[in-house]
Design a protein. Sequence first.
Length: 134
Amino acid sequence: MEYEKAIAGKFLLVTTTDLKPHKVMKGYKNLKDVEQAFDDLKNLLKLRPIGNRTSKRAKGHVFTCILSLLLAKLMEKHTNRTFENMKEKLEPLKTNQIKIHGEKIYKRNTIRPEQEKILDELDVEKPPKTLVNV
């Protein structure tokens, strides 16, 4: 009973390596980050088994998803916001294509104040209101 009280709220890591205890603990804590990254890949970015016919395409798909995750994590770190929050706020920002006399014109909708704040926090230039002959 005394032993249980002494270890209550503590955990024990057992390893067969020659690493110093603080390095083992750091590696264990990093495991949480890796597991969270894979969870984000599966859920936030919706990485799912896909029907690529070649391994080259499958590798390309996974690479793109991992690159997307890296970008999302960098955005979070730079803004202290969640990626979900930024995505939700920026999602309504759209560009429409208009054809006038055979010429394509791209016109974006109005940037709302909270969208502008996110773009500023990311140090991203606001997209132009109108683009012609792109």
